[in-house]
Write a protein that binds this ligand. Structure first.
Ligand SMILES: [Zn+2]
Length: 185
């Protein structure tokens, strides 16, 4: 009997992935949000952005300040009810919670209900994000799939593919073009 149970137990243990360490809104001192519109999880599209401004951050402190900067810009200058991204990833390799898995973002008319927006903090027009930042973004996507928040057959898009913008920069766009689930629109 134990010979049968042991392999099952082994499968159960190895099948439980550890929770991804996402830096919460509280941890980066986010202002409260006023949005309430929800996406339809699991979403089909993952839209990749760069922040352009602020520039890349490489420590938790720098990235925390960058998150506050982005939220302030979106609230004050864009007039949006919150930071527009669902998540942001720093050059420190950390993932930062924006609107989270289920709140509609503010950047992709026509795709809002079926997408998650992920910003790689920095200006990636000429440079490419460091490997730890790219890895963290892909880990976040896989975690979203594992949590039932992102469709397993998801498609990765650059923001420029669905809006008249330069985002996510030539450097980052070239990089995501090599990702397995990238689609060209
Ligand atoms: Zn964008």
């Amino acid at each position: 009997m134990s010979r049968i149970l042991c392999p099952l137990l082994f499968i159960t243990i190895t099948g439980t992935a550890p929770a991804l360490d996402i830096t919460s809104r509280d941890a980066w001192n986010a202002l409260p949000f006023t949005t309430s519109e929800l996406v339809l999880n699991p979403v089909l599209f993952v839209v990749i952005h760069h922040s352009e401004v602020p520039p890349a951050c490489y420590t938790k402190r720098e990235c925390t300040l960058a998150m506050q900067h982005i939220q302030n810009m979106h609230l004050e200058y864009k007039g949006w009810p919150d930071i527009s991204y669902n998540f942001a990833v720093g050059g420190d390799g950390n993932v930062y919670e924006g609107r989270g898995w289920s709140q509609v973002g503010a950047y992709t008319p026509g795709y809002d209900k079926d997408s998650i927006g992920i910003c790689l903090i920095g200006n990636w027009t000429e440079e490419t994000p460091p490997q730890n930042q790219l890895d963290a973004a892909q880990e976040l996507i896989q975690y979203g799939v594992d949590q039932g928040m992102i469709n397993p057959d998801y498609m990765v898009l650059g923001h420029r593919e669905i809006s008249e913008v330069e985002c996510p920069g030539d450097g980052l766009f070239a990089e995501i073009s090599t990702w397995e689930n990238f689609v060209e629109f």
